[in-house]
Write a protein that binds this ligand. Structure first.
Ligand code: IPD
Ligand code: CA
Ligand code: CA
Length: 275
């Protein structure tokens, strides 16, 4: 069953309420963190801000849509797992940045309907930027429509990527791809927040993004925003994107094919090939 624009707008407004509440809470912890813990893997941090933000989001969802399923980074699976609705929540995307008082970071809330992301809100409370989209309703930044860039050639592009927490455990750690694309473009940024990366491609600040080792909560909201802003999302090889793959190639569409070709040519750097 497909949803009417009015139904999607209701979910978009719920996600917005949750993201704004949570963003205000996150911002209240800025420069004011007394406990930063590691969650198992070295460098994978969680703070009081992550936990308080998630609590606020769950409260809003429980009030409006108690019958829906939830996948939240800090709490795991909650609610009805048989529901066609699944909210994928990253209460603080960019925790390492936040812990070091380095923006950007964001609250990311996506809604999958029958496994397909259809509503997304990303709120960056530091810069007060609210990115929103729902399938067929367009994408906005602070309520104004946004669109991807027109950059066609890699040599004129500014890209962004990231490195997962397992980077010391696998040769597939994206270091070689980073070097290869840094050489061919005007630059490759590493912002530290996957959801913000997708939003920046959506509004044309960046031309493309790729990364591996991601979770559904990193991507669910941002992919809706990028698709609605005219962008393209696939696997690295151009085949259909699957959220559970944790791997994404997301661009303005115009340089998608070239970036895909370059990513496929990369071999791991010798220094890390057997790590
Ligand atoms: C991380 C950020 C980062 C990406 C990592 C993610 P977190 O999320 O999105 O940009 O490179 O792979 O895990 O831990 O700050 O929520
Ligand atoms: Ca994240
Ligand atoms: Ca997080």
């Amino acid at each position: 069953m497909s949803h009417t624009p009015e139904q999607l707008q209701i979910f978009l407004d719920i996600a917005t309420e949750a993201a704004l509440d949570a963003g205000a809470i996150v911002q209240s912890y800025w420069g004011n963190l007394n406990a930063i813990e590691e969650k198992g893997r070295s460098g994978d941090l969680v703070t009081a801000a992550d936990k308080a933000s998630e609590k606020a989001i769950l409260e809003v969802l429980r009030r409006h849509v108690p019958e829906h399923g939830i996948l939240a980074e800090e709490s795991g699976k909650l609610g009805d797992s048989t529901s066609q609705y699944l909210w994928a929540i990253d209460p603080l995307d960019g925790t390492t940045n936040f812990a070091h008082q380095y923006p950007p970071f964001g609250v990311s809330i996506g809604l999958l309907i029958n496994g397909i992301p259809q509503v997304g809100v990303v709120f960056d409370p530091f810069h007060n930027e609210l990115f929103r989209a729902a399938k067929g309703l367009g994408a906005t930044r602070n309520r104004q429509p946004i669109r991807v860039s027109e950059t066609v050639e890699l040599r004129n592009s500014l890209l962004v990527t990231g490195f997962a927490y397992d980077r010391r455990e696998t040769p597939d750690n994206n270091y070689a791809e980073f070097c290869h694309l840094t050489h061919l473009t005007q630059g490759v940024r590493r912002s530290g927040s996957a959801s913000i990366d997708l939003c920046y491609v959506s509004c044309g600040r960046l031309d493309g993004y790729w990364e591996r080792g991601l979770s559904p909560w990193d991507l669910a909201a941002g992919v809706v925003i990028l698709s609605e802003a005219g962008g393209k999302i696939t696997a690295y090889d151009g085949s259909p994107w699957k959220i559970e793959s944790g791997r994404i190639l997301a661009t303005n569409g115009k340089l998608h094919e070239s970036l895909s070709q370059e990513l496929l040519q990369v071999t791991p750097l010798e220094r890390w090939a057997n790590s």
